[in-house]
Design a protein around this ligand. Structure first.
Ligand SMILES: [Zn+2]
Length: 575
């Protein structure tokens, strides 16, 4: 089919059917899905019965009778039996290569309390020879029931035969064997690259810094590229099992893109990938040198693997006490994050002038920019810098910069984001797991804005809800959960894991929640003409699910199971 005809096809179901009917023998379709409830997510929010696929693309959507006319001798007809079909999920923020590597290096477990942590340590202690280090997998204290670091004594209660390390809020706690291994044996012991925090009796409680000393004692296991590739292939299958058909790899390099291309050559690539390249350069020359070194043109690649955006990091995170806020942290936050200065507002790793230089350079070289920025103070600094560049070069507003995370929108921030042509990539699962801690530590007005999906949607900002998946292969219990069903439920219900709704106005409708994991995510990489909805001319990425997305009770949304996932018209997962 010629591209010109595809445009015509967009006009409506009936025209599509007629066009194809006239040439139904030579244009026989590969696959037809019939008898379903197909949520097309087109502009009219139409729900269709049937859909036809040819050469990896959708060629018709309509009634069973219309679409069945397009069947040829070799057409596979899939009977949906009334099941619901959704566009394939676009997961716009993962670190799949890192997660693959981490799966080879060690085990991951989601832990919700100090007691669970102790059980996990006891289990590991049984498996490992005495004296070998045990590192507790990353579980931030915002997500522990106690909302604090364990004490050394609590870690000792799990094992004294192995040195144990637990890290959160960028502070390390060790058991007695751990402190001994680090050479911290009495009140006079010092750490060359860190500070020892002690209790009133002078006993060590935790350490700030000390990363190098720790790494010397517990070197990272070596993981080969081949091992990483094997694990990555498996992880992409896990993504398919929950309906993910496209991922954005949010911090990669030329070799990362190479891995995905190799998987494709080996026939093992089952999700599309959009690459984000992270740099730390702060000058125009540094940024230009980095971009030239990457060797890709903006948007280079194809529908499977494509280079889409650059990335820089402005502030830290809510789990570490480094998010850049518009107000001083104050006593409660200072105590929680074990900081010292109540006037502290969080980190900014670039000056406003550097931000402006970076943005102007990246824009001049034709690239969109994605900015890691979690706090509202940081977000305002980013928007100021984009606006400053736009004053002399308005093309930046068409470049579709992405704010990554930006957890505390206000109506004014959302309005400016829209005006500057910027999109948002944020994490629903953080609301679910961290809202109770935010309510306690940040207070009511902050938690009501936290992951404020409604704020973005009301301003017309394309907002992608995604995972920031980093470690673990279990879709529901990874760090962070990458199950889109859970994200849809969180976006619609806005319930925390403590059972509270903070900021009911931030709930999304079911249609908008679906857009946040499909169409709006596609917009971030200029893919909205190809991905994100089920319309003729688009790539045939879709999922068949086990219940009625539009009619099931809200609490069942999280239970949605994917029965079949198709990418480019091919089934990559079937339950
Ligand atoms: Zn990330």
């Amino acid at each position: 089919m010629q591209p010109k005809r595809q445009r015509v096809v967009l006009v409506g179901f009936h025209i599509v059917a007629l066009l194809l009917l006239t040439a139904s023998n030579s244009f026989a379709t590969d696959t037809i899905l019939v008898g379903g409830k197909i949520i097309t997510l087109d502009a009219q929010e139409r729900v269709a019965e049937a859909l036809a696929i040819r050469d990896g693309r959708i060629v018709a959507v309509g009634s069973d009778a219309e679409v069945l006319k397009l069947a040829g001798d070799r057409t596979e007809v899939i009977k949906l039996g009334g099941r619901t079909v959704l566009p394939g999920f676009i997961e716009a923020h993962v670190h799949s290569i890192g997660a693959a590597r981490a799966s080879v290096a060690g085990t991951y477990a989601e832990l919700s309390s100090i007691a669970e942590m102790q059980d996990w340590i006891r289990q590991r202690a049984k498996e490992l020879p005495a004296g070998q280090w045990i590192e507790v997998p990353r579980n931030e204290i915002t997500r522990l029931k106690e909302r604090r670091h364990p004490t050394p004594a609590e870690l000792d209660a799990a094992t004294t035969d192995h040195p144990v390390l637990y890290t959160s809020v960028m502070k390390h706690v060790l058991n007695s064997a751990g402190f001994r291994a680090l050479g911290i044996v009495d009140a006079n012991s010092k750490l060359p690259d860190g500070e020892i925090v002690r209790d009133e009796q002078g006993r060590p409680v935790l350490i700030r810094g000390g990363n190098q000393s720790l790494r010397k004692l517990m070197p990272r296991p070596t993981v080969t590229r081949e091992q990483t590739m094997t694990a990555l292939g498996k992880l992409l299958r896990r993504y398919n099992e929950v309906g993910i058909t496209t991922i954005y790899e949010r911090a990669t390099d030329r070799d990362g893109v190479g891995m995905f291309n190799e998987l494709r050559d080996q026939g093992r690539l089952t999700t599309r990938m959009r690459a984000t390249f992270r740099f730390s350069a702060r000058t125009a020359e540094g940024v230009e040198k980095y971009i030239k070194g990457i060797g890709f043109k903006p948007g280079e690649g194809d529908d499977w693997v494509r280079a889409v955006t650059m990335k820089t990091t402005l502030d830290g995170g809510i789990h570490w006490g480094t998010t850049r806020l518009s107000e001083p942290y104050g006593d409660r936050r200072i105590r929680f994050y074990r900081l010292t200065d109540p006037n502290y507002r969080g980190e900014m790793y670039c000056t406003p002038e550097e931000l402006k230089t970076i943005f102007a350079t990246v824009n001049r070289l034709g690239w969109p920019m994605s900015i890691h920025v979690t706090g509202d103070g940081g977000t305002e600094a980013v928007l100021d810098a984009i606006a400053a560049v736009a004053a002399t070069d308005p093309s930046i507003k068409q470049r579709r910069f992405n704010l990554l995370h930006t957890y505390f929108p206000t109506p004014a921030i959302a309005r400016r984001t829209k005006e500057l042509g910027v999109g948002v990539d944020t994490q629903g699962y953080l609301y679910y797991r961290d809202a109770e801690a935010m309510a306690d530590i940040y207070g009511k007005s902050w938690v009501e804005r936290f992951i404020g999906l409604g704020e973005w949607a009301r301003a017309g900002v394309p907002v992608s809800v995604n995972s920031d998946h980093m470690i673990g292969f279990d879709p529901d219990h990874a760090m962070n959960s990458f199950n889109p069903a859970l994200m849809l439920w969180i976006a619609v219900a806005r319930l925390s894991d403590g059972g509270h709704v903070y900021g009911a106005g931030q709930k999304l409708s079911r249609f908008d929640a679906l857009r946040a994991v499909t169409l709006w995510a596609a917009w971030l990489s200029f893919d909205e003409d190809k991905l994100g909805s089920l319309e003729p001319g688009k790539l045939a990425d879709l999922v068949v699910i086990d219940r009625d997305y539009l009619a099931c009770p809200v609490n069942e949304l999280r239970e949605i199971k994917v029965l079949r996932t198709m990418v480019g018209g091919k089934t990559v997962f079937q339950r």
